[in-house]
Design a protein around this ligand. Structure first.
Ligand SMILES: Cc1cc2nc3c(=O)[nH]c(=O)nc-3n(C[C@H](O)[C@H](O)[C@H](O)COP(=O)(O)OP(=O)(O)OC[C@H]3O[C@@H](n4cnc5c(N)ncnc54)[C@H](O)[C@@H]3O)c2cc1C
Length: 508
């Protein structure tokens, strides 16, 4: 529940943003002689953290130890270095060392606060050891565990409160200006401000400024990722790094109209612990069943289905691109009517993608979802027809246009040449009834990697490498040039950096 607005508008530390990084900072900073205020612009805490799959990658955790896995921060560093390849020259090496060093202890810290994890799981080919820990029952548990810990330590949380900018004097940060339903007000800050505002994946202007222009039209996955902290930091003279890098764009099936039951499970610690015990001791197939629920809703479809012969069509029943050109696929989808597309294939492919090794989507090392899983779990996005015309009607696409498209494509397969888009690997053609559509798919940018430059204490730096007094950044906004490959390192950084920022801000 939102706390009432206090009369005395002053606090020691203001934290801007109530996702994993902001709340980890709040729990770490708050004490009897350091009062902490968290401002969250949305009506609920959570940010991208609450929307995530929930994997956190770390080495040297108690869970690894219990599973007999010998791992070390040094090995984690080597594996992530290999995974980023040439991008290593753009990576923030000092921060990376801090991340790998502190991730394990941070997972244990969260477990001590009441979080329950399953795993560790393997993530091949990136990691040599199983390191991916998954919070249960879902990613909202990060928020609920941290929120409870913050409340116990007297942190005040103000929802619906957007920080607009910072007040400075003699070069340092001395206050924040906040907008809420009750109007705009200034809060004086005694020690520091920690920016924990997430990324800027939904800020089209910033994306247009730093990334390819065509990407500006693609939606961010989380609409609240508007890069507020990036803008606030830049206005203070903060240096920014790697603003052109992002994860995606990804094709994703549109979400079901109702949240899936796993997402609706309560996240209070006692229940989470029970879920942890159930997940650890239940037969593996039971855990996979739950994971498949997530996969069919939250993960990107593998583009392998195109390499094996599927085509992509728009709402008008037309092909519009070379389906094998991964780099431009997202932009092509974003340009279609209603920004959506549909994956079309025949029964031969449906059979192929119903058994290993051909999956529709995966959380590597945890589970795979096949076509039959989508038929069972995502009836809202699976259409099947005995003829192309019948299929088109079921998916509300023009039957004439779709029949023409499939006939034309089959002709291209026959002559071995795609006259429309120059696709080279055309597959076997779409001949065997019944025919299937999976969709709509939309294209999203789930995560962008650019952030304010920070030092190893998460203090924000300017272009001269000097600290901006009183200003910290954690999580995505304080990514500082870190390159985070694979699954689980973004949440690891959010938690690790939140703790570091909180620890140091309170000593200001
Ligand atoms: C679909 C999806 C799945 C993902 N899965 C994983 C995964 O499994 N593992 C992993 O490591 N990473 C994953 N990620 C990435 C990961 O979730 C994020 O990188 C991480 O949670 C970011 O944490 P954060 O605290 O920096 O930001 P957030 O969790 O986004 O929190 C930022 C908060 O700040 C608030 N805010 C913003 N501006 C203001 C303002 N001006 N005033 C007040 N409040 C403000 C926002 O509303 C938000 O609540 C996933 C991302 C997506 C989109």
């Amino acid at each position: 529940m939102e706390s009432p607005i206090r009369k005395e508008e002053t606090c020691d530390i203001a934290i801007v943003g109530g996702g994993a990084s902001g709340l980890a900072a709040a729990v770490t900073a708050a004490s009897s002689n350091c009062d902490v205020l968290v401002f969250e612009k949305c009506s609920a805490l959570g940010g991208s953290t609450a929307l995530a799959i929930g994997s956190v990658t770390a080495a040297g955790t108690k869970l690894q130890c219990r599973a007999g896995i010998h791992d070390s921060p040094e090995d984690l560093l080597k594996d992530t270095d290999n995974a980023i390849g040439d991008l290593i020259s753009r990576d923030n090496r000092e921060l990376k060392k801090v991340l790998v060093q502190e991730a394990g202890d941070t997972v244990d810290w969260l477990a001590n606060l009441g979080a329950s994890f399953v795993g560790p799981f393997s993530e091949q080919p990136i990691h040599r050891s199983p390191r991916m820990h998954n919070i249960v029952p879902n990613s909202r548990s990060y928020i609920s565990v941290l929120r409870q810990a913050a409340t116990r330590k007297g942190v005040e949380i103000r929802l619906g409160s957007q920080v607009l900018d910072l007040i400075t004097s003699e070069g340092g940060v001395t206050g924040v200006r906040v907008n809420s339903l009750s109007g705009s007000r200034t809060i004086k800050i005694n020690k520091a401000v920690i920016l924990a505002t997430g990324d800027y994946s939904s800020n089209k202007e910033l994306r247009a400024q730093f990334m390819a222009k065509e990407w500006a039209q693609i939606e961010g996955f989380n609409p609240s990722c508007t890069g507020d902290g990036h803008l606030i930091g830049m206005a203070m003279g903060a240096a920014i790094r790697n603003m052109d890098l992002c994860n995606g764009p990804n094709l994703r099936f549109v979400s079901p109209s109702q949240p899936i039951w796993v997402e609706s499970l309560p996240t209070f610690p006692a229940f989470a612990r029970l879920m942890g015990v159930v997940a650890r001791h239940a037969p593996k197939y039971f855990f996979r069943l739950i994971a498949k629920r997530f996969l069919t809703v939250h993960t990107a479809p593998s583009t392998d289905i195109f390499r094996k012969g599927a085509i992509l069509i728009n709402k008008n029943g037309k092909r519009f691109t070379n389906e094998l050109q991964n780099a431009s696929l997202g932009i092509a989808v974003a340009e279609q009517p209603e920004n959506v597309a549909y994956i079309l294939f025949d029964s031969a492919l449906a059979r192929k993608f119903s058994v290993p090794p051909n999956y529709i989507s995966t959380a590597p090392g945890i589970a795979y979802a096949y076509f039959h899983d989508y038929r069972t779990l995502r009836k809202d996005i699976v259409f099947i027809g005995q003829t192309i015309g019948q299929l088109a009607e079921k998916a509300s696409i023009s039957p004439t246009a779709l029949t023409e498209t499939v006939d034309k494509y089959n002709h291209f397969v026959l002559v071995g040449k795609d006259d429309d888009f120059g696709r080279e690997n055309l597959g076997q053609g779409l001949h065997e009834a019944p025919f299937c559509i999976l969709g709509p798919v939309k294209v999203y940018i789930p995560v962008v990697d650019g952030g304010l430059d920070v030092d190893c204490k998460c203090r924000v730096l300017n272009y001269e490498g000097e600290i901006i007094p009183g200003l910290y950044a954690a999580g995505s906004v304080g990514q500082g040039g870190l390159i985070l490959p694979g699954h689980g390192l973004h949440i690891a950084w959010a938690l690790v950096s939140g703790r570091i920022a909180g620890r140091n801000a309170k000593t200001e």
